[in-house]
Ligand binder design. Sequence first.
Ligand code: NAD
Length: 437
Amino acid sequence: MRIAMIGTGYVGLVSGACFSDFGHDVVCVDKDASKIDALHRGIMPIFEPGLDELVARNVRAGRLAFTTDLAEGVKGADAVFIAVGTPSRRGDGHADLSYVFAAAAEIAGAIDRATVVVTKSTVPVGTGDEVERIIRETAPEAEAWVVSNPEFLREGAAIEDFKRPDRIVVGAEDPRAAEMMREIYRPLYLNKAPLLVTSRRTAELIKYAANAFLATKITFINEIADLCEEVGADVQDVSRGIGLDGRIGAKFLHAGPGYGGSCFPKDTLALLKTAEDAAAPLRIVEAVVKVNDARKRAMGRKIIKALGDDARGKTVALLGLTFKPNTDDMRDAPSISIVQSLEDAGIKVRGYDPEGMEQARGLMPNVELCASPYEAAAGADAVALVTEWDALRALDLRRLAATMAGDVLVDLRNVYPPEEVAAAGLKWSGVGRGGRL
Ligand code: NAD
């Protein structure tokens, strides 16, 4: 199959590279020339484990190419995937669909045969109908079927997720389009990945419902963590105690600083807007969004409290700035709100992240970014672990303590046993471990 991937970001580049690895012939298109130039030089525009090797292998095999020219990329394609961004629209939180609609119009003008146009971007219910309308209006003679195929990969584990997904969802209104999608994904469901064919609107909603449910699970355990702190219980044991119940499941039950990233915050907001417009309010998701927003700044206050009286003028080192490990993505990372609340309280912030510092630089201009966790901790009154990168999970706490001016370790990911922290001469503060305080 010949595939064109429009948008070569976290989703488009990983999906395109994986499709080519299955033997399809793939052209990845992006209008950002710097990304395409970098890819031509073998440099990945994003950090994703294993991606450079996967891309290099398929470029060498002649199955994967990159261009800024959409018409050239789409020429001869059996399927054109739209994987452009759908950020929150400024002001009202609706998904901004302008990139999707612009891509649809360009695709309509470029397709030269019966083509499946597949929306892989996360888009609100009904977007497929609009994409279809745009294609019909732009190129009435074009033969195109519009399909929804939401993506569920996680940054940091994207290749494995794409190649071994829990499920593939295809929303198609035409059986021939569904058959083409089966063909494209055949190498995957031979791996036993269930392929679920639904109506287009249903597929669009599945993606939002999945993300909202996961965001709810995280927020639920975060509120339970707050309760644990008040009543002397340990949230890690509560998580284990409920997660072993097969109906609940252990994943997404780790208390922390609140969810962030490029998907959950914007997708929960967009789902609320869809629900509001449909006069079918989702009150649970409304509460999740409010609770999570408040939590990020509350984590800043937790650090300030741990510093004791008169925090103003003190220095805090934040370790791990990206919204989760193994990505350089800083979009809506909780660290951004934490930095803001610390700076609002007159605290000087230093920071370290294994991969996210380049993106962090523009988002937290007053933070002094350091070359290592120990350098960030040097002279700090408190150190806070914000993101649990592997490289930050086994720090030499005595070395850390020796370089600090103060003696506070705030562990927002509950990585370090309080006894070890105390043995290193540091005062410990964690999340939801009331029995341990
Ligand atoms: P991204 O910002 O990393 O990449 C989008 C790319 O599209 C950019 O490089 C941009 O230059 C390009 N683009 C925009 N308009 C274009 C056009 N007309 N022609 C060619 N290129 C164009 O975004 P992302 O994180 O890959 O997300 C893409 C979509 O996938 C979003 O809808 C997102 O919600 C969804 N999604 C993301 C993830 C994730 O983990 N990042 C997971 C699942 C779904």
